[in-house]
Design a protein. Structure first.
Length: 294
């Protein structure tokens, strides 16, 4: 009897857990749709920026703009500091989503430090910040207030001090570690260098636009380059946000399915015990009646 009561308690617990994971799966699915729409909406603008930058920037102009200039290595007297911006989520229950991003950040830090750089780590999200504080690494900055609706203003706030430090020659590079949203089931961690701005390669045989530039390529690039960097940060934010919801939906669906399988096993075990108890009672009654007749 005690075992049956324990099994009934476990069944109720698993049923309640399945309700929670199912609800979280539905919430993540709803948020994923909105986040995915933001990713899709950001891509045409980013592509247009890339095309204009490709057409305007030339090797001759590159030396005139600090954001295009590649500093010399530390061994030759260049800046010894490099910045790394890590994007993670504020919440867990998303499978290995945050762990994979942290692993990619640690790999990139090792590469930079082996090249002689001192890495300034900027953690965006509680999970990344919490991990690196736990391992004793000092953070250059951290943000945990960016919600599920990242905006261009958030991106501007994050990159403004990095752009200023890079222009002053204090930073050799700025790398962004984020999740690339390829599909809800494919969100690999990736590292993108946002400073110095990498010149997009011209497509062989591609059409070259014939622009009438006013006031001139220099003045336009002066405004376009910071905008290009802000857009790279914004894309990282929205793609990581969409990837988080996709990973959480997958994790909660797996948890719901596993809870269903456990329930089936527990119910079969409970029914077998119940049938065995009934059979035992019948056997005792028949045995007692036979004893009385004999």
């Amino acid at each position: 009897m005690a075992k049956s009561k324990a099994l009934k308690g476990r069944i109720r617990t698993v049923q309640n857990t399945r309700k929670i994971t199912r609800t979280m799966e539905l919430v993540a699915t709803s948020k994923l749709k909105r986040a995915q729409d933001r990713v899709v909406a950001a891509r045409p603008y980013a592509e247009a920026l890339r095309e204009v930058l490709t057409d305007l920037a030339t090797p001759q102009l590159a030396e005139a703009f600090p954001l295009l200039r590649h500093p010399v290595p530390p061994a030759k007297g260049g800046p010894r500091r490099a910045a790394l911006v890590l994007l993670t989520s504020n919440r867990g229950l998303a499978g290995g989503f945050n762990a994979n991003l942290i692993k990619e950040a640690r790999r990139r830090i090792e590469v930079l430090e082996s090249a002689g750089y001192t890495v300034d780590l900027h953690a965006i999200g509680k999970k990344g910040a919490g991990f690196f504080r736990y391992v004793g690494r000092t953070l250059a900055s951290q943000r945990t207030d960016i919600s599920d609706n990242p905006t261009a203003d958030h991106a501007a706030e994050l990159v403004r001090p990095l752009i200023e430090a890079f222009e002053r020659g204090e930073l050799a590079s700025v790398d962004l570690v984020h999740a690339a949203f390829l599909s809800p089931l494919s969100t690999p961690p990736t590292t993108r260098r946002i400073l110095p701005v990498e010149m997009p390669a011209r497509k062989a045989g591609g059409h070259v636009a014939d622009y009438l530039l006013k006031p001139g390529a220099e003045a336009i690039l002066d405004q376009l380059l910071p905008l290009y960097v802000r857009n790279a940060m914004y894309r990282g934010l929205v793609e990581t946000n969409a990837a988080e919801h996709g990973a959480r939906r997958t994790a909660m669906k797996n948890a719901t399915d596993n809870a269903g399988e456990i329930l089936e096993v527990l119910k079969r075990t409970y029914n077998r015990q119940r049938q065995a108890a009934i059979t035992q009672e019948i056997a005792e009654i028949v045995g007692g009646a036979a004893a009385l007749q004999g």
